[in-house]
Design a protein around this ligand. Structure first.
Ligand code: AMP
Length: 279
């Protein structure tokens, strides 16, 4: 695996590979890699000649400076894992490399960004869009891999690619979970033992909802999930939403849309966890 720290060097290397007819798969990450990230890399390796991974903790997508400061950074073990998984190129830039100047781009995503993460994390998706566009321009992928764990982010990226009239193919990848169901996340390492044990209730509620949702009205199911999490654990829900798979708008009754997704954000102490499941 080759590691590059500058835009110029990585773009030149990838352009050369493209000129040789190689296909490029790209997996953008913020590091602190786990099996969820590695599953995206494995998928890319299956479908492309070359797999490029970026590790960049993107400051402009954090709306909370403490969260940015405490975000786990484990570049040495990340690099080792990437090597073992067979990534071909690691792009590991510093902040100046991605943002030589203060970024001023503004993207509009309409109703996709007025709910859930967009509502509770102001500016988050603009920050995501800015960095993903820049990373796409630098890493020149044919295909880019994103996890369904970040369901709303995936919808935003698909819209971004449409807006940019880019021919990069966005490949959604399923959520990888711990054995107790908790969705893998870099932020899980911030949980203490008790928080980690209690966090499994999020996915338990999602899987129960998938089985039993028809026994409730939409509102009653949301309330039931909130009660379960807030009363059976020390976690606090930020939102529980049941939304249309395509436009991400909350639904009010079953059957009003063909595909529905239950989305949860909850705080375990200072750590914010998100998860979702298609019904
Ligand atoms: P992050 O490093 O958190 O920005 O995530 C980088 C990519 O990995 C994003 O596309 C995430 O959706 C994806 N990802 C994160 N956690 C998981 C998971 N548990 N399963 C599958 N993909 C994931």
């Amino acid at each position: 695996m080759k590691t590059f720290n500058t835009r110029k060097e990585v773009t030149e290397a990838i352009q050369l590979l493209r000129n040789q007819g190689k296909t490029i798969g790209f997996v953008p990450t913020m590091g602190a890699l786990h099996l969820g990230h590695l599953s995206l890399i494995k998928e890319s390796k299956k479908e492309n000649d070359i797999t490029v991974v970026s590790i960049f903790v993107n400051p402009i997508q954090f709306n909370n400076s403490q969260d940015l400061k405490s975000y786990p950074r484990t570049i040495e073990t990340d690099s080792k894992q990437l090597q073992e998984t067979g990534a071909d190129i690691l792009f590991y830039p510093d902040e100046k490399e991605i943002y030589p100047d203060i970024p001023t781009e503004k993207y509009e995503f309409g109703q996709l960004e007025t709910v859930m993460e967009g509502k509770f994390r102001e500016g988050h998706f603009n920050g995501v869009a800015v960095v993903v566009k820049r990373l796409f321009d630098i890493c020149l992928p044919h295909k880019a891999y994103f996890g369904m764990k970040d369901f709303q982010q995936l919808a935003i990226i698909k819209k971004l690619v449409l807006k940019l009239e880019s021919d990069i193919q966005i490949i959604p990848c399923p959520t990888i979970r711990e054995t107790d169901g908790l969705a893998m996340s870099s932020r899980n390492t911030k949980l203490n033992n008790e928080q980690r044990r209690q966090a499994a209730i999020i996915s338990k509620c999602l899987f129960d909802a998938k089985k039993h949702y028809k026994e409730y009205t939409v509102d009653a199911l949301k309330k039931h999930i909130e009660t379960q999490i807030n009363e059976l654990s020390e976690m606090k829900t930020e939102y529980v939403e049941i939304v249309d798979d395509i436009n991400l708008q909350p639904i009010s009754e079953w059957g009003s849309t063909s595909a529905m997704v239950v989305c949860i954000a909850a705080w375990a102490g200072e750590t914010r966890l998100i998860d979702n499941l298609s019904l």
